[in-house]
Ligand binder design. Structure first.
Ligand code: NI
Length: 172
């Protein structure tokens, strides 16, 4: 088990479309468990492999409230196969530290993915977990939540984020 370094926007890996996983082997299982450990330590509710510099279609998520037992999802090659409704929720991202914004998402989704045993799952979910799946799958397509902002909001984000990054570098 190891904590991985989380890349920050505008690292170019974050805007790359990730490659499908074709082999579920020991290296992938280690990566998934290190990603989960890194997500819990951050703390965060989701992490995609490109955020730790691996351009592969693998995500981990856990949206359970703090006082409930953990429910970790490891999703390989996840795909949204159905969606309905719309909601606006405030989102943040471990790769965009210190910035939060409301983003439009599907309210309910059905997502298809493989687990670490190679078993296929189809999960229909809504609320926070549905938003987290959409956010993490966006990462696999080289997209961050700030890419979903209007152009006005995105230019405000860029100005604010420059200051956030400068402060972050000072504190290192
Ligand atoms: Ni993110």
């Amino acid at each position: 088990m190891a904590l991985l370094k989380i890349l920050h926007y505008p690292d170019p890996v974050l805007s790359r479309v990730a490659e499908p996983v074709d082999t579920i082997d020991a290296a992938l299982r280690t990566l998934a468990s290190d990603m989960a450990e890194t997500m819990y330590a951050a703390p965060g509710v989701g992490l995609a492999a490109p955020q730790v510099g691996i351009s592969r279609r693998l995500i981990v998520l856990d949206c359970t409230p703090k006082d409930e037992p953990r429910q970790l999802y490891v999703a390989i090659n996840p795909e949204i196969i159905a969606h309905s409704g719309t909601l606006f929720e405030e989102e943040g991202c471990l790769s965009v530290p210190g910035y939060y914004a409301r983003v439009e998402r599907d309210e309910e989704i059905t997502v298809r993915f493989l687990d670490l045993a190679g078993e296929q799952h189809e999960l229909t979910t809504d609320g926070l977990l549905a938003v987290a799946f959409q956010h993490e799958i966006d990462h696999l397509n080289g997209m961050l939540f700030v890419d979903r902002l209007s152009s006005l909001k995105k230019s405000l984000f860029r100005k604010k984020y420059k200051k956030i990054l400068a402060q972050l570098e000072e504190s290192l």
